[in-house]
Design a binder for this molecule. Structure first.
Ligand code: SF4
Length: 434
């Protein structure tokens, strides 16, 4: 499943990878890379790496804590799994000289849909129901069937092939994946086919840097010694479109070392902070996530109980005060202008109230450009060239602390300033409209 699609919920294959079970409840038929798995070795997958990149906390929930959730994945991933099954059947039967009609394939798809459907599947886009998604899947299958019939473009080698990729020479880092369909096009050209049911069509640049199929290409090149070229092919079923890409040896070598670095980062991670994004809506761990746990609790409540919830009460009060604060700020500005106009009119610079006096201070001041002004870089350059920058600039503490935390500065400088830094727990509240 695609990058976005994979993030919109876990596919059956991802789930198999997490739980260690076989795909679709069946044993994977072929494994490319047998013998490279060792006891006690953690086998990674593209989806495991992407989950960490998407949100470290989601990674922790899924792969470390192995949290059970009531949500059985999103409808997008459910649809993806059913369409994958239908296309797998199509090619599997073809191997046995049986060509399904469109109707036979649709009947199979619909019966699998019925068989697997449960009420615990997450439908995020509330304006659409399961029937809308089921029909989408039918359209994907019909379009694919009509485009590729009689399906003899290449020779199918295997379906849902489990592959193991050795990322380093010692075999310490191994990555597992599943190829939807591997085929041979002749003249040493192998094709990795991946079916996508996502509703977004990525551009070529994105496909040329896609990690998943490129990693699979490493295993295919290693396994088939006559392999001259591996074509990476994505079938974007929602658009009835086939897109492809290739990788050079140098790109694959770089990808291996980048993947090892990412695995090392994961293995050495001590903190797993939540990383909020648009994909949170599809995250099955929302009820456990500190960002959404309270929302889950109160959303279930009746209106009266909702208003009585302590958290709801505190935030409502806070929000009222913030609104009041901004209203008062505006009122104060308006009042200052009125007082200044009064002072001008009466030629005074101090105006008296019952127990307060307001003094108007005015002076024709010089103003230099600020960071938001166009000529700021030129201004800083002039200061630097004249040697005055050090004397008149201040340390941007926030920027410095951020660079230090992210180890994004010269190690020598870090070493020198480290003794001045003191760790303290900083807590702040931010508010935004829901
Ligand atoms: S809901 Fe969002 S922030 Fe929370 S664990 Fe899931 S992906 Fe991470």
């Amino acid at each position: 499943m695609g990058e976005k699609q994979a993030s919109l919920g876990e596919s059956t294959k991802d789930h198999a990878e997490k739980s260690g079970t076989a795909v679709n409840g069946k044993d994977a038929k072929v494994t490319i890379g047998d013998g490279i798995e060792k006891e006690g070795q953690t086998t990674y997958s593209h989806s495991r790496l992407s989950t960490f990149e998407q949100c470290p906390l989601k990674f922790k929930f899924g792969y470390i804590d192995k949290l059970e959730t009531e949500i059985e994945g999103s409808i997008e991933s459910f649809l993806g799994s059913r369409v994958h099954e239908a296309l797998e059947k199509l090619y599997k039967d073809l191997k046995f000289e049986k060509e399904n009609t469109i109707q036979e394939l649709l009947d199979f798809y619909n019966s699998e849909w019925e068989k697997h459907w449960t009420g615990n599947i997450l439908v995020v886009r509330k304006e659409y129901n399961s029937e809308n998604y089921r029909k989408m899947g039918e359209r994907f299958i019909i379009d694919y069937y009509n485009r590729y019939k009689p399906f003899n473009q290449t020779r199918t080698i295997g379906l849902e092939i489990r592959i193991l990729i050795k990322l380093d020479d010692d075999g310490r880092y191994v990555l597992q994946g599943f190829i939807d369909r591997l085929s041979y096009a002749g003249d040493g050209v192998y094709e990795i086919h991946d079916y996508k049911t996502a509703n977004t069509l990525p551009d070529q640049e994105k496909l040329d840097s896609d990690r998943q199929l490129a990693l699979y290409a490493i295993a295919v090149k290693h396994k088939y010694r006559d392999c001259q070229k591996v074509r990476l092919i994505w079938h974007y079923l929602a658009f009835d479109k086939e897109v492809s890409s290739e990788r050079t040896e140098a790109q694959l070598a770089r990808l291996k070392s980048e993947s090892v670095n990412l695995i090392k980062e994961i293995e050495s991670a001590k903190e797993f902070p939540p990383k909020e994004s648009a994909l949170c809506e599809w995250c099955e761990y929302r009820p456990h996530c500190p960002r959404f746990k309270h929302l889950y609790k109160v959303e279930e409540l009746e209106p009266v109980a909702f208003r009585k919830d302590e958290g709801v009460g505190l935030v409502n009060e806070y929000s009222k005060l913030r609104d009041e604060e901004s209203r008062i700020k505006k009122e104060l500005e308006k009042m200052s202008e009125k007082i200044m106009a009064f002072a001008d009119q009466h030629k005074v610079d101090r105006v008296y109230g019952s127990d307060t006096r307001v003094t108007i201070w005015q002076k024709n001041c010089i103003k230099f450009p600020g960071k938001q002004d166009m000529d700021y870089p030129e201004f800083v350059k002039a200061l630097r060239e004249s040697g005055a920058l050090q004397e008149f600039s201040t340390v941007d503490k926030w920027k410095l602390e951020k660079a230090f935390e992210q180890v994004d500065m010269d190690p020598e400088v870090m070493e020198k300033i480290a003794k001045f830094g003191k760790r303290e727990l900083v807590k702040r509240v931010y508010s935004s409209k829901r």
